[in-house]
Structures are given as structure tokens and as C-alpha cells.
Design a binder for this molecule. Structure first.
Ligand code: F6R
Length: 260
């Protein structure tokens, strides 16, 4: 795992955006996996800035989002479709025919999940998958104890995640219980994963992901088995790491071509 620790979420977002830019600039038809939630918002702002400054074009990009709430139509302001359009896609030069999110309100959810997996495969697989992490260690909406072999499917949110995400809804009862999410195996097939986390609330999940045993009780810990993972943290999210000084030492001694 490549672990990058920065003083602030703002500094981390700039590095994360440069990782995305590097992938986009080295591939002919880059395929990005994207996340929603509070964490990637700063990175999306950086990408928008780069796009408007003429430093980066996303015209050739195809994207696949990790997840979507069950039952919410794309135009619902609380859906991840709406989030992606308003926070990124409406503000950059991407071809919207090439953006994909799971359909949370499909008539046949199971068929829609199979189709989503096929679309990822047909696009040639994901070059860079952006991830956040839940306080309980979830990635995508793969909650603790879910199978490491899972693929895009309908899942039920844990009570903790419902509580955490209720800030985006008027009432706790309005948070959907069902979601459609890429599975852990889907995520693990990406050629490069980049996980972002900020704040002390994530510190325990970060410790378990990086330094704990690989266990379905912390789904993100499976990333220890991935060939290419970049973790971008602020100081607070990294404060429980035993080997924090080592990660900083490695970062300080990188060769030029290893920097972003
Ligand atoms: C969102 C997703 C989730 C979030 C996670 C953290 O697409 O897949 O795993 O990344 O719940 O959410 P925030 O960033 O809001 O703390």
C-alpha cells in the first residue's frame, strides 16, 4: 500500500486530483470508478479547476460509480446520480453518454446489477477506482462481514451507515435501507484503487484497514491484497497508525517518477 499523509484534507485533495490526472493523461480511453459522500468533494473541486484551467480534459473518460440508493430516481436530490451531476459531471467536459451509475430504481434490480458488471467489463475494466471508507470499514456499500467475493448487487445498509448518512436526509426514516453497490470482487478487479479519508472519526477504520488483519469484519482490509493501492489521509485520520513515521519516511524518500 502506498500511504500519503497530509496536514489537511485540502492538501490531500490536491494530491488525489493529481493521481486522477496522471491516470487520465497516460491512458487513451481512461475508465474511472468514482465515489460519492463528503470525502471526495474537495478532489472533485480540484478536478473542475484543472478542467477549467485547460490543464485536463475528461472528454475521453468513461466512469462507473460505486453505488446508489435503492428506490431513489436519478432526479431525486438525495440520489447519487444527482450528487455526481451537480458536483462533477455538469461542471466538466465529460461526455455524459459515458457516465454510469448503478440504477437504484430499476424495475428488475438483479438484472440491472448483472448489466452493470457487464458494462464495466465491456469498457475494459476500471483503471482507477476512487474510494471513501465508512467509520465501520465499509467500501462502496459493502458492510462488515459481507463476502469478499461479492459483485454488484442489492445490499442492506447497516444501522451505523444509516445513522451516518442521515445528515443528507430530513429524517432518519427517509434513508433507504437498500442500496445497489459494486461488490468487493468488482472493486478488487480495478487496476489501481485510491482511498481517501479525513478526520478522527475514520482513524479506527483506517488503522484496521492498513494494519489490522485482513478480515470481512473490516471490508476495506481486503485492499492489503490489492496490487496497487494509494491511500490519501489527513493527519487526524492517520493518528492511530503504528507505522505512521515509516509511511512518512517512505514518502520523503521517493524517486521523482514515483511522485504525483
Ligand atoms: C460512497 C461510498 C461510501 C462512502 C463512505 C464514506 O459512494 O461508496 O463507501 O465513501 O460511506 O462517506 P463520507 O465520505 O461521506 O464519509
Amino acid at each position: 500500500m502506498e500511504i500519503l499523509i497530509h496536514d489537511s484534507p485540502e492538501a490531500g485533495a490536491k494530491v488525489a486530483a493529481r493521481v486522477v490526472r496522471k491516470i487520465i493523461q497516460t491512458k487513451v480511453n481512461p475508465v474511472l470508478g468514482l465515489a460519492t459522500g463528503g470525502t471526495p468533494l474537495r478532489m472533485y473541486k480540484e478536478l473542475i479547476k484543472m478542467n477549467h484551467a485547460g490543464e485536463l480534459s475528461l472528454q475521453n473518460c468513461t466512469t462507473f460509480n460505486l453505488d446508489e440508493y435503492g428506490g431513489l430516481p436519478p432526479e431525486d436530490k438525495r440520489s447519487y446520480h444527482y450528487y455526481m451531476m451537480s458536483n462533477l459531471f455538469d461542471k466538466i467536459d465529460i461526455n455524459k453518454d459515458n457516465v454510469h451509475l448503478p440504477q437504484g430504481n430499476a424495475n428488475d434490480l438483479r438484472e440491472a446489477c448483472r448489466e452493470y458488471e457487464k458494462q464495466i467489463k465491456d469498457a475494459g475494466g476500471i483503471d482507477l477506482q476512487v474510494l471513501g471508507i465508512g467509520a465501520n470499514g465499509h467500501i462502496g456499500f459493502n458492510e462488515p462481514t459481507g463476502s469478499f467475493a461479492s459483485r454488484t448487487w442489492v445490499k442492506i445498509l447497516s444501522e451505523q451507515t444509516i445513522q451516518d448518512n442521515s445528515i443528507y436526509f430530513d429524517k432518519l426514516e427517509e434513508v433507504p435501507r437498500h442500496v445497489v453497490t459494486m461488490g468487493i470482487a468488482t472493486i478488487m478487479e480495478s487496476r489501481h484503487c485510491m482511498l481517501l479519508a479525513n478526520g478522527a472519526k475514520k482513524a479506527d477504520a483506517i488503522r484496521r484497514m492498513i494494519e489490522g488483519p485482513v478480515s470481512a469484519s473490516c471490508p476495506a482490509s481486503i485492499l492489503q491484497m490489492h496490487q496497487r493501492v494509494t491511500i490519501v489521509l489527513d493527519d487526524e485520520a492517520s493518528y492511530l497508525l503504528t507505522f505512521k513515521d515509516h509511511y512518512k519516511w517512505v514518502e520523503k524518500n521517493k524517486l521523482d517518477w514515483q511522485l504525483y
